[in-house]
Structure formats: structure tokens, C-alpha cells
Design a protein around this ligand. Structure first.
Ligand code: 4NP
Length: 159
């Protein structure tokens, strides 16, 4: 059984919450489970255009090919309570991080960072938005998120 007191609460954030952050949520959940690490993972978008929608079909297909089921996830916008409810909020790119810093209520406990701050160096700093591009963009997002997830797990293990 999971020790709820030891559980780290992690929120992955992108712009629409239909491509990068739901994929990040599923990657993190799967890798943490495999590592036996007790974490609670969720994802959200800084925008609300896709609220209530399942992840983008192209992202779902790319994730499914790696054994990850995104079909039950639904997009939602980041809200003020998130900054109190989560320990660590990881943004996909600098624009997401800047939006989070503007939204963060005074006194909230969540630590904010870029998700790729946890990926092995050298590498890109941001997970690029794949929405307007081809299928290779979705594979690239998953590659980056898998590397970051292992880094996040290493960090939480040492915490
Ligand atoms: P995401 O990708 O931020 O990775 O979910 C996007 C999805 C939708 C839009 C932008 C980015 N959009 O402009 O609708």
C-alpha cells in the first residue's frame, strides 16, 4: 500500500494540456510505478481552450505505441489551488513557466521548474510544442519526457 504521507505530488504543465503535459503525466506515472516510488501525478494547461477534451489523437497514438494509454485523461486549466496542492510543478517551456510564475499565489508551497531541468545534460531546455508539426514532433516530445522522468525519479529518491 502507498504511504500517503510520503507521496510527492507532481503537476506537469503545458499550454493546452492535450499534447505534452498529458504525455508527461503518463510517462511519469508509469516510470514511478516501475521504480516503486510513491507519487501522485496530474497535468494541466495554462490555457483553457481544450478544457474537458481528451489528449490530441496524434499524441495518444504515439504514446500508445510506447505502452501508454492517454485515453482517459481530460484537459483542465491550472488553478490557484494547484500551487498549494502540489509539491513540484514542472513546465514544458519557458512561456509556461512564466505564466505559472504570474499565477502563483503568495505563500504557495509548490516549487516551479522546467521539466527538462531534470533531464541529463547536454540537451534542450524546453519540450517543444508539437501541435502544429508532423509526427516526428510527438516522438521527440516522448523521448524528452522519458529522459526527464528518469531524472525526476532520481531526484525524488535522493530527497
Ligand atoms: P500542448 O500543445 O501545450 O502540448 O498541449 C498545444 C495544444 C493546443 C494548442 C497549443 C499547444 N492550441 O493553441 O490550441
Amino acid at each position: 500500500m502507498t504511504d500517503a504521507a510520503a507521496e510527492t505530488r507532481l503537476l506537469l504543465v503545458c499550454l493546452g494540456n492535450i499534447c505534452r503535459s498529458p504525455a508527461g503525466e503518463a510517462v511519469m506515472r508509469a516510470r514511478a510505478e516501475a521504480a516503486g516510488l510513491p507519487i501522485a501525478v496530474d497535468s494541466a494547461g495554462t490555457g483553457d481552450w481544450h478544457a474537458g477534451e481528451p489528449p490530441d489523437r496524434r499524441m495518444q497514438a504515439a504514446a500508445r505505441a510506447r505502452g501508454l494509454d492517454l485515453s482517459t485523461l481530460r484537459a483542465r486549466q491550472v488553478r490557484a489551488e494547484d500551487f498549494h496542492a502540489f509539491d513540484l510543478i514542472l513546465a514544458m517551456d519557458r512561456a509556461n513557466l512564466a505564466a505559472l510564475r504570474r499565477l502563483r499565489p503568495d505563500g504557495a508551497r509548490a516549487e516551479l521548474a522546467l521539466v527538462l531541468d531534470h533531464a541529463p545534460e547536454p540537451g534542450p531546455a524546453e519540450v517543444p510544442d508539437p501541435y502544429g508539426g508532423g509526427p516526428e514532433g510527438f516522438e521527440h516530445v516522448l523521448d524528452l519526457l522519458e529522459a526527464a522522468a528518469d531524472g525526476v525519479i532520481d531526484r525524488l529518491r535522493r530527497a
